[in-house]
Design a protein around this ligand. Structure first.
Ligand SMILES: [Zn+2]
Length: 444
């Protein structure tokens, strides 16, 4: 944690001449947590990223007079928004809505603002660490409206900033002033490092995802629950039409393997029409964010046996909540592999990560990944991974052996269902052939 009030515990050097900078005050105008500094040698004034989130790795320095950027690691996705935000500051009055739970003279601020949903969520997961390790500090969480319902119990205050997540990169002059007022009212203030990729040993999603609707009645007799995390900007295929064909085929093939499955669609957009021809489809897609719909999505994610999606299609929560994940990764995203996964708190055996999180690497449009490959991977994850996972643990777990027998029994039942389904569809085929022959013979 970084102390920011009454004094700031921070030091940095001038990018121009290396002189130790004079630290004036903290500035939080949005997603950035900045130090307002000046150089005693060259007299330049700068804003510099404090060690928070991406700023831990690649802090950017911005010259206040020229808006010139110093970005030695060339992280343009991180430096450009700072420059653009600074040069086009938002002057309309937008300030947080405060949800206060208790008074705190000494606080830690967790700034979860960002212009990407996943980044904001990952920052939010840091809250649990502060609640556990710093119970003497009141935790104040600065979040966009869309994430308020995920802030865990136990925080002192939620500072709900009423903007769309994608607007999170902007520089809000009114927020800057509002934060200053918050600081001077307190005895002592710290800033959370808001690590970009906290470990699953430091968060448990159940603290964040709660108050979900009960879907027990809707899925009671259905097995497995397979969820597709749908997006229209991260396509599986060259275009929307190709994605529709891929999802439809995938659904069809999974239906043959798992006749009692529920195929759930969650995510934004409704342009692809997926027709229910066999197993049940639950289509929960929406055009825009809605709190109750979000809770329903999370209820299905939590119940899902497997979630399928394209890298970048909001896979964090589905992967963290579902029992297993199959992700399609375009070529250009290979370097970002695993960044969009969350892991459940109880996943501690390395082998489980490989068994329950599977990646299929494709070309840039993912047109090289056929639905059958995805079907085969899902089948492997659903039928074989639970068996292997328990079999691997027989040496150090009392219950693994009975769980192994249970998993194997489920496997046999599923295989029996699939073969019944195949034999009945074959019988249907035979009947159709007979009818066709009869029609042809009669015509003659
Ligand atoms: Zn200087």
């Amino acid at each position: 944690m970084l102390r920011i009030y009454p004094e700031m515990e921070f030091s940095a050097k001038c990018p121009k001449d290396g002189a130790a900078l004079n630290i004036k005050n903290v500035v939080i105008p949005g997603m950035r947590c900045l130090a307002n500094v000046s150089c005693p040698t060259c007299a330049n004034n700068y804003y510099i990223d404090l060690p928070v989130g991406q700023g831990l790795w690649s802090p950017i320095v911005l010259n206040q007079a020229t808006a010139e950027i110093c970005d030695p690691l060339a992280m343009t996705w991180f430096s450009r928004p700072l420059q653009a935000g600074f040069t086009h500051r938002v002057t309309s009055e937008i300030v947080p809505i405060v949800h206060k739970f208790f008074d705190a003279e000494r606080i830690v601020i967790v700034n979860c603002l960002d212009f990407l949903y996943g980044h904001a969520l990952l920052k939010l997961l840091n809250v649990q660490r502060h609640l556990k390790n710093s119970p003497h500090l009141g935790c104040c969480v600065l979040v966009p409206t869309q994430l308020v319902h995920l802030v865990p119990d136990g925080v002192a205050e939620i500072w709900e900033f009423p903007i769309a997540i994608k607007e999170g990169w902007k520089w809000y002059v009114s927020l800057e002033g509002w934060i200053d007022k918050q600081l001077i009212q307190r005895q002592e203030c710290f800033l959370s490092p808001a690590y970009s990729h906290p470990s699953n040993q430091d968060y448990d999603l159940h603290y964040f995802v709660r108050n979900l609707p009960d879907i027990g009645d809707r899925v009671q007799t259905k097995q497995p629950i397979i969820l597709f995390s749908y997006r229209e900007e991260r396509l599986w295929g060259r275009n929307l039409a190709a994605q529709q064909r891929n999802i439809q085929k995938l659904y069809h093939q999974l239906s043959l393997l798992f006749p009692d499955m529920v195929f759930v669609l969650v995510g934004f957009g409704n342009k692809n029409r997926i027709s229910q021809t066999k197993a049940e489809i639950v289509d929960l897609r929406a055009d825009k964010f809605d709190l109750e719909r979000d809770r329903l999505w999370m209820a299905y994610m939590s119940a899902a046996d497997c979630v399928i999606g394209v890298h970048g299609s909001n896979m964090l929560l589905p992967s963290g909540l579902a029992k297993s994940t199959v992700e399609l990764v375009p070529r250009s995203r290979i370097a970002n592999t695993v960044q969009d996964f969350l892991f459940s708190h109880n996943k501690t055996d390395l082998r489980d990560a490989l068994l329950f999180y599977r990646l299929l690497y494709g070309n840039e449009s993912l047109s090289s990944i056929q639905p059958l490959e995805v079907t085969n991977m899902v089948e492997s994850v659903l039928l074989y991974s639970p068996i292997n996972s328990n079999w691997f643990k027989v040496d150090n777990s009392q219950t693994a052996l009975s769980s192994l027998h249970f998993a194997y029994q489920k496997f046999l039942e599923q295989k029996a269902k699939t073969s019944l389904q195949l034999s009945s569809s074959q019988a249907l085929l035979k009947q159709k052939i007979k009818q066709t022959i009869k029609i042809i013979t009669t015509a003659k």
